[in-house]
Design a binder for this molecule. Structure first.
Ligand code: NAD
Length: 556
């Protein structure tokens, strides 16, 4: 395990939002310095820096990673940024404490897992509800065997946030704009610790329908209440309820646990008490005991000896303890409490529940991230070259009437990001688009505008992209088109524009990377004269399959 002595320097990203809530823990932790803060909200940054005691401020995350001498990052940005930001830090061997959930798609979670495995940086997910006093006490009772074998649990996260949705706009899409369980870790986190060694192997999900509209009059894509049933590897069952829309008092920490020798039910409202029945302590099978009565004997030292700062920290102390565990892991004192696989065990069931509800509530298997480490590495992308023999008869970039082929203009970053999202390449931040605008070959950031609406509907880039295999090459990059405008030759037009520009700039080696399953794009490229590059032995078989799928007669 990594061992770091001396001061641990931290950078907090999302410092104007959730990132700020780690302040008290960072202040209290010995040998920890918040060196840098980062947030795209430039106006709020000086106040965040002052509040967190940071001497460096950044509006761009990559720049912070590049320039600042931080050892670790705490990620408190919106959900779709967790994985890209964690990966960027781990690739630089920096430690990561990431907000929940770990990621927003199974594919990116897989990439995160592989990166975390390869990095010497520690990855920990900041699932703070696992540190709440009552949850820690129940965990200890389980550890001491007082519940017997635990086999059933319920977790409810009921948090009406329609108004908050409009302030933190990312929530509208990532928490209430996708059907299924979009926020499972607060419920599943403690429960998984009460079922030690177990994990969710399959889920099914159903919802209660749509009864609320956002201020624009649109129904929320997420059903008001969704129920996800989780089948455990041991054969046990867990029921998760997520509701971020229904008007009613909050219940963010609703839990139940059943074991062969005990049962637990958390309080459901302010003023109520958590209660427990344990066969060993209570012979009367019909009488609950207030959980707090067991604190004197069973509460672990971390809580018994907790400082005032810890007790007062947000989320029942969780915001404090998770930072302390993260720091202890960096110092090599113990493994991270919620490591990459535990983070996946808490996150993936939610992502699969979203697929299940889309498929009518079908039971679907939940991948085990541990297996990803032993699977064969992902196969390289296909490569194609635009042959030099076609340089004298280059394809002509033409768009139909009503469309305009031009370059992306400053100020259109958000429109570009929206187009990429629609085309299935989500997650482009404004900063990322700006970075690409600076990096792309001059005049090589092509877009097609739909004149009637002003929307950007297709795009491609010409980049200088030298690699070992292509030491002085120009590449056709990021070809994307709005599916609502398909069949109009827009992909062909932007591709032709890029090829012409690269030839004009004197590139002799012009290539592209693509995937076996992008058949419409492959058809366009082949139709324009692009040729496969057979750079590994298995390429021939892969291209034969592509030809068969496209019903083409070529032989390699
Ligand atoms: N564990 C918990 O109890 C808990 C509680 C609240 C929020 N969260 C999580 O924390 C995260 C943030 O939630 P929030 O309510 O603070 O949201 P928020 O929108 O209030 O804060 C996010 C901050 O990130 C900044 N930001 C956005 N894009 C950025 C980028 N590319 N680079 C740098 N900064 C960027 C925003 O300007 C904002 O200040 C979410 O993932 C949420 O799930 C967890």
């Amino acid at each position: 395990m990594t061992k770091q002595a001396g001061t641990i320097k931290i950078g907090i990203v999302g410092a104007c939002g959730r990132g700020a809530s780690f302040k008290s823990a960072c202040d209290a932790a010995e040998g920890v310095q918040v060196l840098a803060v980062c947030d795209t909200h430039a106006e709020g940054l000086p106040a965040a820096a002052e509040r967190l005691g940071a001497s460096e401020q950044y509006t761009d995350y990559e720049t912070m990673l590049e320039r600042s001498e931080i050892d670790a990052v705490i990620i408190g940005t919106p959900m779709p940024l967790h994985v890209p930001q964690a990966i960027a830090a781990l690739k630089r061997n920096k430690h990561v404490l990431s907000e929940v959930p770990a990621g927003v798609s199974v594919e990116e979670c897989r990439e995160l897992t592989l990166t975390a495995h390869a990095s010497s940086g520690i990855y920990m997910m900041a699932e703070n509800y696992t540190y709440i006093k009552s949850n820690v006490l129940v965990r200890e009772l389980v550890r001491q065997g007082l519940f017997g074998t635990t086999y059933y649990a319920e977790g409810e996260y009921i948090h009406e946030l329609k108004e908050l949705n409009e302030i933190t706009r990312w929530r509208r899409k990532w928490q209430t704009g996708i059907n299924g369980n979009t926020y499972p870790t607060h419920s599943l986190g403690p429960i998984l610790q009460w079922m030690p060694g177990d994990r969710v192997v399959s889920v099914c999900c159903a919802g209660s329908g749509h009864h609320y509209r956002d201020p624009r009059g649109d129904l929320y894509e997420n059903e008001d209440s969704t129920i996800t049933l989780c089948r455990m590897r041991s054969g046990g069952l867990v029921k998760l309820r997520l509701d971020m829309l229904s008007d009613r008092p909050h219940l963010m920490t609703g839990y139940q646990l059943q074991g062969t020798d005990g049962a637990y039910e958390s309080a459901r409202a302010y003023g109520e008490e958590d209660r427990v029945w344990l066969r060993a302590l209570n012979k009367d099978p019909n009488r609950w005991t207030p959980l707090r009565e067991l604190e004197a004997e069973y509460l672990p030292a971390m809580w018994r000896e907790a400082s005032e700062v810890a007790r007062r920290a947000g989320h029942g102390g969780g915001d404090y303890f998770e930072v302390m565990d993260f720091i202890a892991a960096i110092r090599g004192e113990r493994p991270p409490e919620i490591d990459i696989h535990m983070a996946m065990d808490m996150t993936l069931p939610g992502l699969i529940s979203q697929r299940s509800i889309a498929e009518g509530g079908r039971w679907l298997e939940v991948p085990d991230s541990r297996a990803w480490l032993t699977e064969s590495p992902p196969q390289p992308q296909l490569q194609m070259r635009f042959p030099q023999r076609l340089f004298h008869s280059l394809p002509i970039p033409v768009v139909p009437d009503g469309y305009l082929l031009r370059n992306l203009r400053p100020g259109e970053e958000a429109a570009y990001s929206a187009l990429m999202e629609k085309a299935g390449f989500g997650g482009w931040s404004i900063e990322q688009v700006k970075r690409f605008m600076q990096r792309v070959l001059p005049g090589g950031f092509f877009v097609v505008e739909h004149l009637a609406t002003g929307a950007l509907v297709a795009t491609a880039m010409a980049n200088h992209a030298p690699s070992e295999q292509h030491p002085n090459a120009g590449v056709l990059d990021w070809v994307a088109a709005d599916p609502d405008h398909k069949g109009r030759g827009l992909g062909r037009a932007v591709t032709a524009a890029v090829v012409r520009l690269l030839v004009e700039r004197g590139y002799q080696d012009i290539y592209l990377l693509t995937d076996d399953w992008r058949l419409p794009a492959l058809k366009t490229y082949l139709g324009m004269g692009w040729e496969p590059i057979l750079f590994t032995p298995e390429m021939e078989a892969r291209w034969q399959k592509v030809y068969e799928a496209l019903d083409r007669k070529e032989v390699l």
